[in-house]
Design a protein around this ligand. Structure first.
Ligand SMILES: [Zn+2]
Ligand SMILES: [Zn+2]
Length: 201
């Protein structure tokens, strides 16, 4: 069981380590990092000038199946891995692209729990996007909250009513900044419960 942070190297590489360490702390799970390549994107919409996050996630799942060397634990049989990789290995891709999904103007990130893959983008998490001063620590904090939120979905968690909880669904950057870097008691229980169940496999 593991979480892979797949960091597209077009996103400032110096942020990958603090983000993976903070993600690991808030999830209370080990997070490994792949940050030496780029992930060619799918789903560009020239009218919106954005990328379809659903298409990116579908491609990410295919990519993972083709590259078991990157993601598969050494002691797991390949055939078994291909059948159950969505359970064993959760992937969070960090991409530079501006993302949307068909029902929304934009998304900060998206998860596809059935496939065990998720994506997050710094594009609309950067201060510069809103005409504010660049600040790495703001960006790191938002990537961690948004990344942990999507990984929470991969573990079966839904949205939470508590505005301070990671699983609260933010409508804008202020909502995201208001969230604290934690799972509320109810969400934490569910996260730990689902983890325990998966450990039985
Ligand atoms: Zn969500
Ligand atoms: Zn919660």
């Amino acid at each position: 069981m593991g979480i892979h942070l797949f960091w597209d190297s077009r996103v400032p590489i110096g942020l990958s380590r603090p983000v993976s360490e903070e993600l690991s702390a808030v999830l209370e799970m080990p997070v490994s990092r792949i940050d030496n390549g780029i992930f060619p994107l799918e789903g560009f919409d020239p009218v919106r000038n954005q990328y379809d996050a659903v298409k990116i996630l579908t491609k990410l799942d295919m990519f993972r199946r083709r590259m078991p060397g990157l993601f598969k634990p050494a002691d797991v049989d390949l055939e078994y891995y291909n059948k159950f990789n969505h359970i064993y290995e959760k992937v969070l891709l960090v991409t530079p692209a501006d993302l949307y999904e068909p029902l929304a103007d934009f998304v900060y990130g998206l998860a596809y729990p059935r496939l065990g893959v998720s994506v997050v983008s710094p594009y609309r998490l950067k201060n510069e996007f809103y005409g504010r001063h660049e600040d790495d620590s703001d960006l790191i904090a938002r990537l961690v909250k948004e990344g942990a939120h999507e990984i929470g979905h991969l573990f079966g968690l839904g949205h939470c009513d508590n505005p301070g909880c990671i699983m609260y669904c933010p409508r804008n950057l202020d909502d995201l900044d208001r969230k604290r870097n934690y799972f509320c008691g109810k969400c934490r229980l569910q996260l730990n419960g689902d983890k325990a169940e998966e450990d039985l496999f």
